[in-house]
Every structure is written in structure tokens, then in C-alpha cells.
Design a protein around this ligand. Structure first.
Ligand SMILES: [Fe+2]
Length: 416
């Protein structure tokens, strides 16, 4: 509710593209998710409104009929006021359920569903940021805090030795089923960029005719470039021959943002850049090893900097309040054992890995992660829109290869 606070009432119901959702839908849908828990597990719970069940369901076949995603912006009811009342009602119902859990036979199940509901809510907090950017961009009055200045140049690649690596989550805290089970994967010697690819570097690719040269692109990527008339990342605009980048704080010459990580690129664009640069994208196992393996001590840490939770001193996540990427080198405290920086926060990083189940995968929640195991690529590390509590080094995000409205960037790798 803090994220949507600066919106005007008209902003809540507009849908600017098939892939985004109106802000009102997010605030109702996250409560709808908790209502499914109440319906199944709260004795005597009565459905708030059949109409809301229809409008606020996203993709769950098991919970009945729903409005198609591209049509979420075609309805003005429930109103924003009604949606907020629904949200308050569901919150009260969940809060009154929790103290009585001990008397329920399925307390464990309910608790794990409530935790899932909170993780789901955090996912939608991040999606809200993407969608508000698409809706309003610099017209949104974001409560931005000042960003750190560039502290140090980060150059070169870290060399990482071959060997078996324990990929995936192994621990006792919350993690999604798609991060488990942890399992050994053999990696060859490889190198990975210490820094994220910047706007300045990406501008060189554009100026070298990267978007006009088929040789850098996958066939499907090249078709997309031509069909969509892509000439630069999303939110880049050409003004009098100069590339400009629009973000929450305004319209800026790309030349003034050369030290910032490039964002809003698709998998197709990241791959084309990597090929042009004589490199490639990392696999998710390579990314995860680079992010949290300490080869001197032969241990896997929870985060690049060690086992402590993320803080605004070592990474740029939503709590930093920048509403923007931070310049490369802004978080030396967040460096890993190999000297790679900003692996957590700033931008989700594309990997070449297909989003498929790990060997031995067991679904823990119906229709949550497992129904998406086809035709998508894995991204790692979180973005400036990800809440601190939500991210882990083993977290697997996933999007289609053409998508770029999310905060997506990349770093390159190469074989040694
Ligand atoms: Fe959802």
C-alpha cells in the first residue's frame, strides 16, 4: 500500500500493455491469494464476493474461472475503494486465524501457505514497480532516496576453477520448491565479468550497428527485432540523434549514465551483446558458483558477501529506496570471494539456463512454480525492486526470452 500511495485514483485501473496489470488488480489479487487459504482452512469462512474471485484470480485453474490477463484493464469494478475494503477484510481474517492455529489439525500446512502468501505478496510488490514504471515512468512521484556515487572502477573477469558444485538450496529456512533439491553439477573452468554490463558498453553495441546485424542474433531474436522495430533497450528514446533513457527520475542522456548497469533488455538482446563482445552468458550454475562459492575455504555461502542478510550497505534492493540501479562499483561491501560485484540487487541477470526442474524436484504447491517449467529462461540475483527478505543466491526467477519490461540486465562469461 506504501508503493501505490503516490498514485491518483485514475492510475489504478489503466492497463498499458497485455503483459502488465493495473495496480488495483495487484492489491486485490494478493488478498485473493490469502482468501484461498481462508476458504480452505478457516472454519466457517464465507467468500467475500464471487465477482472478486473471478476478477482477482490470476492463472490458477484449480480456483475456477477468471478474467483473461489482457482484459484486467477493461473493468472499473470493483472500484479502488471496494478493493481496499476487501484487502482490509482479508487481512483481518488472516490475522484472526493465526492465533487459533494451535487448535487446527493442519497448522503446519496453513503456516506454510501463509508464508507462501507473503512471498507471493513480495513478488507482486516487485511486479507493481515494473507496472507503475510502464504506466507512468517519470510521471510517478516515487519517494526516491539519493543514490550513491561511483566509488570504484570494477574491471575484468574473475576466473573460476573447474569442479563439482552443489547447485540449489540446502538449508532450513524458506526457499521455493524450484530451488531444491541441492545437487552436484560439474562445471568446467570459466571466467565471469566482475561488473554488470553497463549502458556505456551497451551503447557501443548499438553504435556498432548491433541491432542491424543479424549475425549477433538468434533467429527468433532477429525476427523479434524486426517485428518490434527494436533499436535499443526498453525505455531508451532517440532525441535529435542522441540516445536518452527514461526512468522514474526523468529523461537523461544515455551518455550521462554510462557507468550504470544496462536494464530492460530481453534475453535476445543480452545474448546478442555477449556474442558481439566475444563472450557468452553464464549458465545458472556458473552464476550461482560465482555468486556464493568461497573456493579458498571450500564452502558455499548464503550470499556473495557471506551469510549475513542483505542490507542497504552491501546491495541495492527495494529498501534502499533508489527506484533505480546504482552505478557499477557502488557496493564494494557486497563483493564476493572472486571480486564480482552487484550480483545481488540492481538488475536480475539473464542466464542461458532453461527454467526446468532440478533432478529430484518435488512440487510443494500446486500451480505455483511447476506449471511454468517450459519455454522460459532463468534470471538470478534480484533487482532494485526486490524486497530484501525475498532474495537468495539460489533464487530462480524466470521470464520468456523476448520479455523486457522487468528490471533485467546481465553480465558475460567465457570459457577458459
Ligand atoms: Fe500472483
Amino acid at each position: 500500500m506504501q508503493i501505490v500511495a503516490p498514485l491518483e485514483i485514475e492510475d489504478y485501473v489503466i492497463q498499458t500493455a497485455d503483459f502488465m496489470s493495473p495496480p488495483r488488480w495487484h492489491i486485490g489479487h494478493t488478498s485473493w491469494f490469502f482468501e484461498t487459504v481462508l476458504r480452505a482452512h478457516k472454519p466457517g469462512y464465507r467468500v467475500y464476493s464471487e465477482d472478486y474471485l473471478f476478477y482477482f484470480n490470476s492463472y490458477y485453474e484449480g480456483f475456477g474461472e477468471r478474467i483473461e490477463r489482457p482484459k484486467r484493464g477493461t473493468k472499473s469494478r470493483p472500484t479502488v475503494k471496494e478493493t481496499v475494503a476487501y484487502r482490509n477484510h482479508i487481512n483481518e481474517q488472516v490475522l484472526s486465524l493465526l492465533p487459533s492455529l494451535d487448535s487446527l489439525p493442519n497448522a503446519e500446512t496453513v503456516l506454510s501457505l501463509v508464508r507462501l502468501g507473503l512471498e507471493h505478496e513480495m513478488q507482486h510488490q516487485e511486479l507493481l514497480v515494473y507496472d507503475i514504471k510502464h504506466l507512468l515512468c517519470d510521471q510517478f512521484d516515487a519517494p526516491m532516496k539519493p543514490r550513491p556515487q561511483l566509488s570504484k572502477k570494477v574491471e575484468g573477469m574473475a576466473e573460476i576453477e573447474r569442479g563439482l558444485f552443489p547447485l540449489g538450496y540446502h538449508g532450513n529456512e524458506f526457499a521455493f520448491d524450484n530451488e531444491k533439491p541441492a545437487h552436484q553439477e560439474f562445471l568446467r573452468d570459466f571466467a565471469i565479468d566482475k561488473a554488470l554490463v553497463t549502458n556505456g558498453e551497451f551503447l557501443q553495441f548499438i553504435k556498432d550497428g548491433g541491432y542491424q546485424n543479424f549475425r549477433w542474433w538468434f533467429s527468433e531474436g532477429w525476427e523479434t527485432v524486426n517485428r518490434e522495430q527494436w533499436r535499443a533497450p526498453l525505455y531508451w528514446e532517440l532525441h535529435d540523434g542522441e540516445w536518452m533513457i527514461r526512468d522514474f527520475s526523468g529523461l537523461h542522456p544515455a551518455a550521462s549514465k554510462t557507468d550504470e548497469p544496462v536494464s530492460h533488455v530481453s534475453y535476445f538482446e543480452a545474448s546478442a551483446y555477449a556474442k558481439w563482445a566475444g563472450k557468452r552468458l553464464p549458465t545458472e550454475a556458473e552464476w550461482e558458483k560465482a555468486a556464493c562459492y568461497d573456493s579458498r575455504r571450500n564452502i558455499k555461502r548464503a550470499f556473495p558477501w557471506g551469510d549475513a542478510s542483505p542490507s542497504s550497505g552491501n546491495t541495492n534492493l527495494f529498501e534502499n529506496g533508489f527506484w533505480s540501479v546504482a552505478p557499477v562499483g557502488a557496493f564494494p561491501e557486497g563483493a564476493n570471494a572472486y571480486g564480482c560485484q552487484q550480483m545481488i540487487g540492481d538488475v536480475w541477470e539473464w542466464t542461458t539456463s532453461d527454467y526446468v526442474p532440478y533432478p529430484g524436484f518435488k512440487s510443494e504447491f500446486d500451480e505455483y512454480n511447476d506449471k511454468w517449467f517450459v519455454n522460459q529462461k532463468v534470471l538470478r540475483g534480484g533487482s532494485f525492486a526486490t524486497p530484501q527478505l525475498h532474495i537468495r543466491a539460489t533464487y530462480r526467477n524466470f521470464f520468456h526470452a523476448h520479455e523486457r519490461w522487468m528490471i533485467s540486465g546481465f553480465r558475460c562469461a567465457k570459457d577458459l
